[in-house]
Every structure is written in structure tokens, then in C-alpha cells.
Design a protein around this ligand. Sequence first.
Ligand code: NAD
Length: 254
Amino acid sequence: MVGRFDGQVVLVTGGGSGIGRATALRLASEGAVVGVFDRDRDHAERTAREAGADGAACVAIGGDVSQEADVERAVAHLVREAGALSGLVTSAGIFHPEDFKPAAEVGLDAFMAVVGVNLVGTFLAVKHALPHLVERRGALVTIASTAALRGHGFGSGYTASKGGVDAWTRLVAVQYGCHGVRANCICPGSVDTPMTGGVHQTPEAVEQAKQRIPLQKVAQAEQLASVAAFLLSADASHMTGQTLVVDGGTTIAG
Ligand code: NAD
């Protein structure tokens, strides 16, 4: 069977876990060669191995998205191994416990650490992927959060970084549309991943989270991966600069 991504090379940042991992597996199952980039090299290798179980050739790359040299090296490595990128998904992201304090108590180091990975890391991955995406008239998907859209009331650096990712994705869409490059952003609500493991620790916490969600389910990472795959694919060929909210209806429910 012909896959939607046959012959395509896609870089997924944060591909070692959660939404990034599920996206890498989904894209590989549809024919892509996926570069799995993560600061946790073992997890990147695990995802690449899992993706390869279907016969897909995937490349694990260790590195930190907030460091330009690492990102530059990762893109160059993938291009050397597999060819020019036609897709990018930026899923690397972090929380920081101190960032959840009231704004006046958040230290600059904590704020900058979160912005450094979530926003600067997205900028760097997109910046270094763009020349290849232009060559291939490819597409990119950024992962922000509903924190970009609603007043969650916690996470200073997190909220600022996700708002930045959402807005900046539109800039890229406008600047690079004339090159045939599409850029779209996904804002997930609550997703069951290692990142939220602490939040969804107890059955009571899961129950509480579900009460805020009209579909009454915390999302699974695969439900985000399928939307990322759609946005990267030719099925979304006339969509750019869009923010897709994947939150079980939380944002629209009063
Ligand atoms: P996760 O912790 O399961 O996965 C994130 C991955 O990013 C990890 O493998 C981690 O090692 C990697 N990473 C972190 N910092 C990195 C760095 N500096 N360089 C390279 N890799 C790095 O988290 P997740 O839930 O899959 O989150 C993925 C994205 O989705 C994040 O941007 C997150 O903010 C966003 N998001 C998640 C939720 C949720 O409820 N899980 C909700 C909204 C948005």
C-alpha cells in the first residue's frame, strides 16, 4: 500500500516521548523516514527502533533544541543520511516546577529555561529546517498548547512560550507561503504523556481533569499524532497559518 509520506524525510523534535514519539511512529507507519531528535538519546533510539519494526528506516539523533549547534548538526545529519527534509514537527517541550508559582515569584532562570526550550527551540528547529522545506515545498507543524489561547492561570514561561509559538507559526506561514511551505500549529489540551504524569497521578486527578473536558477523556498522544500527520500531509495542502485546537472541547466550553 502507498503511504502518505513515502519518500519523505521528516524531523520530529522531542521524538523520544509522548506526542513526539507517537507522531514519529505514525509518520513512519505511513512511509516517512523520520529523524527522531531528543535530548534523551536513549529514548530517541527507542522510538527509532520501534518505528523501524515496521521496516521504516529511522534515524535517532541526540541533542538539545535550545542549542543552535545541536539543531544545525541534527538537520545536517538527517539530510546526509536520508536526504532533504520535507517535513518538521516540533514537539520538544518542558515544564519547570518554579514556573508554576505566581508570576512575581518566578525566577528569571526558570522562565528562561522554559522559553529556551519551548520557544527558542522551536525557532531554531524551524530556522534550520526551512531551507530544506523550501527545496521540497514541504510543511511544518509546531506544538503549542491551549495555554496559548486561554487563561490557565499558571506557568509564566510556559504560557509566554506557547503564545509565542502559536503567533510565530503564523509569521512563518506568511513569509514562506510563496515558497510553497505550509506552517500550522496544534494546541493540545490535556494529553496523557510522561510530561503530565505528575498532574494525572491519581484517579481523582484524572477524574477532575475529565470534568473540564466535554468529551470527558484526557487525550492519548496518538490523537495528537494523527492531527500532526494530517497537517503535514497533502490532505491539508491548502491549509497554512492555522491553529488547530485538539482538546476534547475544553476551550469552547464556557
Ligand atoms: P513529553 O515529556 O512526553 O515529551 C517531550 C520530549 O521532549 C521528551 O522526550 C524530552 O526529552 C524532549 N525534550 C525536552 N527538552 C528538550 C530539549 N531541550 N531538546 C531536545 N528534546 C527535549 O511531553 P509531551 O506531553 O509529549 O509534550 C510534547 C509537546 O506538547 C510539548 O511541547 C508540550 O508543551 C506540548 N503539550 C503537551 C500537553 C500535555 O498535556 N501533555 C498539553 C499541551 C501541550
